[in-house]
Ligand binder design. Structure first.
Ligand code: G16
Length: 546
């Protein structure tokens, strides 16, 4: 029996979790005691770890395996009875959520900085998901943070490294470490939700798709499910080898970063596959493309809502749908058509947890390429892809036809997000504060020719547990249904990123074919003028447009 080492430590003052766990550069995480402090703070502040099961894994980015070995040693020293760790340290975020739920674990520690770049100069991150499998709610992240502010010691064992490459059980003192196939539980769940026979027949009939795993964690999941189980031809999955620096890429599934995929899907004539999809670093985001056709995440959620009953797992119907505030109001319109509620929550998957647990929402999604349901408690990239495949197979319609159906039924909401990345923090905060200060005087004024009907800083009261969140983003709503939202990103690690979300509904089907940026040009100008973005930042335009 190895002796537990109780190491003295002192707090770091920058361990406040953001939108999704603690994200910092690798160099910050490599400081002595940095990871240890945060992990001990989790163990200290979440009750019930003694004798419990912990799920552990990450997206495979640089520092993943080193961190996993440390966490295993700390888990053994902190009374955990069993650690379920993904082979080679891999577990996608939805995969981890699935394992936590299926195996009745106390919780999971997921190592990921999601879509942020990796490698020695990139980002790293850690998040804790409790037993419902979802991101820790704020009362837990607040408790963890409070603990990091006062921590004085952490516990660890001196033991040899665990072999993460071999499936099966090993022991670390009296703790069992079980190396699990990261894909198995997840793939079985997908088979229960979707009509695999119908999707297999679709591929047999010559349907071609391209899935870009962006050298991140979904590669092994997509190969197993799409190519092995569903019979899609080899090569359907591209960039399928997880690499610790994502091949120096930015594993964010959008039109800018998933360049390989976009080029293929927008190729001329029949060279373009019928459907394209991509997922991010940790597998929870998704982008869906039809042939030469981009599906906005908001429209994706709305289309899934309208067609959900075509998939066996949702044949019973959708109880409700939830979307984050900056997500377009297309899902609200789809929900209204079905006569079901649509909930509006702050940005961050953690806000969906209570609604899913209470059965109030079945589907949820965010503009930031996140879609999911009550099957796990995280957004789920591959799940969204399979859902689309199921709907295409069951309806016989193309991706584009399904979205056009949506527009025909509820109108089209032109939607874009403009990001201004890496702004000086103070400058971005001043911009937001000045905007907030002006909100009371905006109501009833005309901005860019449109009448302002509401101008506020979004605040939320959870309809299930009554918890509240304020300061969640400035929204300006106009009489014609147009909307501008401003918020600062909660996931960056350098400077500040200002996100501006711009949308307007278009109910006339004759006007459903405009270029999005052109359709929104006047509102984009209003958004800039209202906040003085170009004047204050000196930027000629956004860094990324999605
Ligand atoms: C995380 C959260 C998402 C949220 C997104 C917003 O995504 O999990 O629920 O929508 O952040 O990011 P930002 O604050 O930068 O706008 P992920 O995929 O990074 O975990």
């Amino acid at each position: 029996m190895s002796a537990i080492r109780v190491e003295p430590t002192t707090p770091f003052d920058d361990q406040k979790p953001g939108t999704s766990g603690l994200r910092k550069t690798v160099s910050v995480f490599r400081q002595p005691r940095y990871l240890e402090n945060f992990v001990q703070a989790i163990f200290d502040s979440v009750p019930g770890r003694q004798g419990a099961t912990l799920v552990l894994g990450g997206d495979g980015r640089f520092h993943n395996k080193t961190a996993i070995q440390t966490i295993i040693r700390m888990a053994a020293a902190n009374g955990i009875a069993r650690v379920l760790v993904g082979r080679d340290g891999l577990l996608s975020t939805p995969g981890a959520s699935c394992v936590i739920r299926e195996r009745g674990a106390w919780g999971g520690i997921i190592l990921s900085a999601s879509h942020n770049p990796g490698g020695p100069d990139g980002d790293f991150g850690i998040k804790f998901n409790p037993s419902n499998g979802g991101p820790a709610p704020e009362r837990i992240t607040d408790a963890i943070y409070a603990r990091t502010r006062e921590i004085g010691e952490y516990c660890i064992l001196d033991t040899p490294e665990v072999d993460l490459s071999a499936l099966g059980e090993q022991t670390v003192d009296d703790m069992v470490v079980e190396v699990i196939d990261p894909v198995a539980d997840y793939a079985a769940l997908m088979e229960r939700l979707f009509d695999f026979d119908a999707i297999r027949a679709l591929f047999q009939g010559g349907f071609r798709m391209c899935f870009d795993a962006m050298h991140a964690v979904t590669g092994p999941y997509a190969r197993e499910i799409l190519e092995n189980r569903l019979g899609a031809p080899a090569g359907t999955v591209i960039n399928g080898e997880p690499l610790d620096d994502f091949n120096e890429g930015h594993p964010d599934p959008n039109l800018v970063h998933a360049r390989d995929l976009v080029e293929r899907l927008f190729a001329d004539g029949d060279a373009a596959p019928d459907m394209g999809a991509a997922s991010d670093g940790d597998g929870d985001r998704n982008m869906i493309l039809g042939r030469r056709f981009y599906v906005t995440p908001s429209d994706s959620l709305a289309a899934l809502t309208l067609n959900a009953t075509l998939a066996p797992g949702y044949a019973r119907g959708v109880a409700g749908v939830a979307r984050s505030m900056p997500t377009s109001r297309a899902p609200d319109r789809a929900a209204a058509l079905l006569g079901i509620p649509c909930f509006e929550t702050p940005t961050g998957w953690k806000f969906f947890g209570t609604l899913l647990d209470a059965g109030k929402a079945t589907l949820c999604g965010e503009e930031s390429f996140g879609t999911g349901s009550d099957h796990v408690r995280e957004k789920d990239g591959l799940w969204a892809v399979l859902f689309w495949l199921n709907i295409v197979a069951a309806s016989g319609k193309s991706v584009e036809d399904l979205v056009r159906d949506l527009w025909a039924r509820v109108g089209r909401i032109y939607y874009t997000r403009h990001d201004y990345e890496d702004l000086p923090k103070r400058q971005a905060e001043t911009l937001m504060n000045d905007l907030r200060a002006r909100l009371p005087s905006l109501f009833g004024t005309k901005q860019g020719g449109r009448l302002v009907m509401l101008a506020d800083d979004f605040a939320y009261t959870d309809p299930v547990d009554g918890s509240t969140a304020s300061g969640q983003g400035v929204r300006i709503l106009f009489e014609d249904g147009a909307r501008i939202v401003y918020r600062l990103s909660g996931t960056g690690t350098a400077g500040a990123t200002l996100r501006v979300y711009i949308e307007r509904p278009e109910d006339d089907p004759a006007r459903h074919d405009m270029d999005t940026q052109a359709a929104l040009a006047d509102l984009i100008a209003t958004a800039d003028a209202l906040a003085g973005i170009q004047d204050r930042t000196g930027r000629g335009g956004p860094t990324v447009i999605t």
